[in-house]
Each structure stands twice: as C-alpha cells, then as structure tokens.
Design a protein around this ligand. Structure first.
Ligand code: JD8
Length: 465
C-alpha cells in the first residue's frame, strides 16, 4: 500500500515517521511519501492560491498547481497491472470517515493520494477532473462535524487508521477485533493495569478473579452499556442475530429490544411506552387484544367462548371507555414505526376497595403478602404481540405500567397489584415471577360458560426487579 500526501506544510506530516506507521514504512509493509505542493509552482513566489471566483472571503487553491502535482503520483508505476488508486480529499463537506471505509481502503486499494487543502479549500474542478479518470477513484471525506484549518490533520488520521489495518503492519491482528468500531460494532470496554489500587480507585474485582468466562461477560456488558449510552446509533446497527440472551438482558436495561425471531426484526430498537389517553387509539388496542387474548386461553376453550369474551370484554367500545375512565389505566408499547406491540390494562379500585373483588380477587391471599389490607389494583390484561414474546419487552411494559399505577396511587401507603393467569400458562407465570410477582392464591375465571383455573399473583408497586 502506497500513500502520497501533498501539502503546503509537508513537515506537518513528519509524525508519520514515528511509531507503528514509521516502523511499517521503514520495514516496507507500507510506502509513505510526503510531497511539498509548492514544488509544482513555477513563479518565484511559489503561489498555490488565488481569489475565489464569484467573490467571497479568503483564497482558493489553484487547480492547475494541484493537477501537475497529483499527476506525478497517479503516473507512478506501482508494479501492479491494474492498481486501485484513490484520491482522498479531506474537506468539512466530505463523507464521514468510518472504520468500515478504512477497512475497505486497507484491503482493497494499492495507492491513496491525499490532497491536503488550506485556505478556503481546493478548486472544485480538481475532484471533478480526477473523478473523470477511469483509473482513479475520488473520495472526499471529513473527520467530523467541526472545522479545521486544513486537511493535514485528516490526512494523518486517514494514513494511521488505514495503515494499521494493512496486513503485516499490526503485530497481533486479534487486537483489531475487540477495539471500538471493530468487527463487534461496539465501543470497547474499559481497560486497567497495575497498580490495582490508585487514589482510592480499585480495578474491578472481576478482572482479577481468573474466571475468564465471567471476565469476558463483564467486558461484553461494559461494551454494550457504554455503546448504548454514548452511541445509540451503533446499537441500532447491530445484527440482532449476533446477540445472545445475556446481551438481550443487558441492552434491555437500556431500553433496547428485538424480536426473538431475527426475521421479524434484524436490529435492536427502542420501543416507546405510552399511557393511552386518546380514545381514537381504542381500535388499535382492541385489535391487539383480539390477536393476543386467544393465545392465553387453554386449548380446551371453544372459539365461540373466546369470541364471546372478546366481544363483551375487549371490544373497541370497551377500550374507548377504559381509555377515558379514571378507574382504569391502559398502557401501550409501540415499535419505532408506531405499531402497537404490547398493552396492559389495570383497574384501580374505588377508595381502599379491592379491584376485581367480584372476579375473585384473592383479598385474603394478598393479606398474607402485605402486612395490612389495602386498596388492590387488578392488572387485568398484560399482553405482548406474539412476535415480541421472549424479547424481554414484558419488562418495559411492566415498568411503564407500574410507574403509571404508582403515580395514580401516590396517596396510598403500600399499594399492591394482583393478576390472574391460567394455571397451565407456565410461560406467563415465569414472566410475572421475573417481574416481581409472587403466587398468592388461585381463582376460577369464567370465559363464556367455561371455568378456568387461574393462579393469582401479586406484588407491591415499587418498580424494582
Ligand atoms: C480540509 C481547508 C479550512 C474549511 C474555511 C476553515 C476534514 N473535519 C474537518 N473539518 N475541517 C476540515 C478541513 C478544513 C479545511 C481543509 C479539511 C482545507 N480547510 C477551511 C472551510 C472553511 N476554512 C475537515 N477533513
């Protein structure tokens, strides 16, 4: 890989003789050449710039000088039949430089010629001219959304970022994998060394445990956590199929979820929870209720009974009333397209009554949980769209539900919420247990003419699990 860098401040690039790039250049793994643009001027003032055509502040660098200089680099014989030659032009108006682009340049190009501009920049025809040559690819790039005084800093960054990816330049290519923006697509975890204690700060104990599996997990979680906090755009770009159960738990703590079946969602997203206040959303909730309630019914339940229950208890009219009532709370979760993918419905009792008492609220059972009887909220409905089951989204819905119920019951001393779920529905019981509910009793739940044996679970409202 050959680098030709043209600048009116060639000594600015002297640092490329140092460290890894310097050694690689001495060793021949790469060939770095720095050129003084003024060597292609012909006037005694070695002029490289002139006033901007059309007016404006500052000076613009002349195309004719650049043309003569760059031609010498592109006419160089690289000893390769059809070399891939790149003209890289740093400019604040360029494409953002990325690790992916550096990987492509390091593995797929033979010569990178960098034109470092100064003043107001280089005459725009230089890029157009070389873009028309079929043996040169022009890449106008930017280091980032801030303004520098010239292209030299960007040239240093490009050469270092590409050279270190050229085979034979870095001693242990393995270290390229776990670094930020590496193939993992995450920011890197923090690193530590001796002294193990410094100014009252200790190296995380897990790192001296010798348990490589736990150390690797800790580092993965740290990388996921830091990336979720600092670069959510990178999390949104992760391939969901490459993420395991522990990744799902860690990213769930930062609001990122994806369907279990990658075919239904290739990347993590950040669903949003809502308290339904607009009755016009009733149809959406009724539609989700209609598509989810049957999945919670035992196979023995007749479609007629299910249909009757849906018509009576989960209709659009029902949700219109529920959304507008002060005694109920309808909470929904939407995906990034605004589709409703989960909902809960809770019934708040009058005064210190017990919601759902007539439907077999286990007053006595809850008494056994709490140290005193108090208002009991019924979590009557808690459903996830089937595509999102097992995704951890239940945690987001439960947190939003409990936070809303907590704000609705501020005056209560120790509010409890209870729910009933079909005794045979182990998946649901497992989810509720993970979400802080304890089994406190049983009840019979009628759907149409069919009685169902429900497990009753309850918990306090404080949102810790
Ligand atoms: C090349 C001249 C200075 C820029 C008038 C200040 C890259 N991320 C980046 N920020 N700035 C540059 C950059 C700045 C340059 C040149 C790159 C050549 N300037 C100009 C326009 C406004 N002065 C860059 N990569």
């Amino acid at each position: 890989m050959r680098f030709d860098i043209f600048s009116v401040f060639p000594s600015y690039l002297n640092s490329l003789q140092l460290s890894l790039v310097g050694k690689a250049n001495e060793g021949g793994a790469i060939d770095v050449r720095v050129h003084d643009l003024r060597d292609w001027t012909e006037d005694r003032h070695r002029t490289v710039d002139d006033t901007p055509v059309g007016g404006g502040a500052g000076m613009v660098m002349r195309a004719d000088i650049w043309g003569k200089a760059l031609d010498t680099a592109f006419d160089a014989d690289l000893g390769i039949a059809h070399p891939r030659r790149i003209l890289a032009i740093p400019t604040p108006a360029g494409y953002p430089l990325s690790q992916e682009i550096c990987n492509d340049l390091a593995t797929g190009s033979d010569q990178i010629v960098i034109a470092c501009g100064r003043y107001e920049g280089i005459d725009g025809r230089v890029a157009d001219h070389y873009a028309n040559r079929d043996d040169v690819e022009v890449f106008e790039f930017s280091l980032g959304d801030y303004v520098l005084n010239g292209g030299e800093v960007a040239a240093l960054a490009l050469v270092e970022a590409v050279a270190r990816l050229v085979p034979g330049v870095i001693g242990n290519p393995q270290s390229l994998v776990e670094e930020s923006h590496g193939t993992a697509g995450l920011l890197e975890y923090p690193n530590y060394t001796r002294p193990l204690d410094w100014r009252g700060l200790s190296v995380p104990a897990i790192l001296t445990s010798g348990d490589h599996g736990r150390v690797a997990r800790w580092r993965r979680d740290e990388a996921l956590r830091k990336t979720a906090l600092r670069r959510p755009d990178m999390i949104a770009g992760l391939d969901a199929a490459s993420l395991d159960r522990r990744d799902r738990a860690t990213l769930g703590q930062h609001g990122w979820y994806w369907p279990k079946n990658p075919a239904l969602g290739a990347h993590p997203i950040r669903p949003t929870a809502e308290i339904a206040r607009n009755r016009h959303a009733a149809a959406e909730y009724a539609a989700l209720a209609r598509s989810t309630f049957p999945d919670a019914c035992p196979p023995t339940m007749s479609p007629a009974d299910i249909e009757a229950f849906l018509e009576t208890n989960l209709s659009e009219e029902f949700f219109t009333a529920a959304i507008q009532s002060d005694d109920t709370r309808v909470v929904g979760v939407r995906d990034m397209h605004g589709n409703l993918i989960a909902y809960s419905l809770s019934i708040i009792p009058e005064g210190d009554g017990v919601a759902g008492a007539d439907e077999g609220a286990p007053v006595d059972a809850v008494l056994s949980v709490g140290d005193r009887i108090g208002p009991l909220i019924e979590l009557s409905k808690f459903y996830l769209h089937r595509d999102w089951r097992g995704s951890g989204l239940g945690g987001l819905l439960m947190t939003a539900t409990l936070e809303e119920l907590l704000s609705a019951t501020r005056a209560w001393e120790r509010p409890y919420v209870w729910l009933g779920t079909n005794a045979r529905n182990r998946r649901a019981q497992g989810l509720y247990a993970k979400l802080g509910f304890e089994v406190v009793g049983r009840r019979t739940f009628m759907v149409g003419e069919q009685s169902n044996d429900d497990v009753v679970m309850a918990r306090t409202l404080d949102v810790t699990y």
